[in-house]
Design a protein around this ligand. Sequence first.
Ligand SMILES: Cc1ncc(COP(=O)(O)O)c(C=O)c1O
Length: 353
Amino acid sequence: MKEQIKQLSAYQPGLSPQELKKKYGIEGKLYKLASNENLYGPSPAVKEAIVNHLDELYYYPETGSPTLRETISADLNIDPSRILFGAGLDEVILMISRAVLTPGDKIVTSEMTFGQYNHNAIVESAEVVQVPMNEGHFDLDGLKNAIDEKTKLIWLCNPNNPTGTYFTHTELRDFLNSVPTQIPVIIDEAYYEFVTASDFPDTLTLQKEFPNAFLLRTFSKAYGLAGMRVGYIIAAEEAIEAFNIIRPPFNVGRLSEYAAVAAYSDKEYIKQIRERNAIEREKFYSIPEKKYIYPSETNFVYVTASRPHDLYQELLKVGCITREFPNGVRITLGFPEQNDKMIEVLQRFNFEE
Ligand SMILES: Cc1ncc(COP(=O)(O)O)c(C=O)c1O
């Protein structure tokens, strides 16, 4: 076994709703609002697509998900050879790390961002450099200063999980301008479809100028397909060719590919999800306690609190399972009823204690 595996642990899921009910003596339904899934689920077209392909389960999937690749490349007007799929972005992050990192290399990222960048770097015996956040935002200048000759990957998350904040097109462009062109800058846009800010980066356009900018997107969040496991990277063709060598041949299932094609093609549905999400999100910024909430462009909000466990428990009491962090609680937006209840909790919670 690799020595560094000993310093890591397997992914720890939170307690199940049944376990939580027992532990805290809660009655009634508990809503899982801890993993930023889309509670509204996928487009209705997805179910039909899955049913239509149920008789093909004994076949392996088409390697490389060609139908999905054609669908996305035609829509984005990019060459299909620039896209590669994984069993969720989790697998894409693993493939990138595996393809690029060797012992002694470094990755540079921020503190308080998606944990899989670090996890996979450590597995590959690379060193993790984490730059402190700036009020819940990526400190891009700090990241730039942390780069040295050993840096082989730079991980950005935009908007960021768990803080929900984003950096703008201009900020990303300036950052890309300042980074040595041989270092891949991975921009994880898992929450892209929820963004409403007009100055959010157009990363596809920036890729024309900066071929070292790699873009990640997923079907797990706004598309409501977390259970199907489909994520993708858009990058320069040579990089995709290398990652494709690492990719397990049948990594994305047949039904997952068809589900993703149907979900991607229903643009009206995603527009509705974005609009509904923005309305619900805005409610959290209409109360005085908004001063404890980082500005969010996602389907979750991060509430800073000195007693995160107390806040977590109060939210649990109104039926909402959220996610606790050392200096706050991340709340995935629920249906309006849950959001209203959680907002009431925030309004009566003593943040100053
Ligand atoms: C920023 C970010 N990247 C990647 C992922 C992994 O997503 P998936 O593997 O479901 O595509 C998540 C999931 O929470 C995430 O928040």
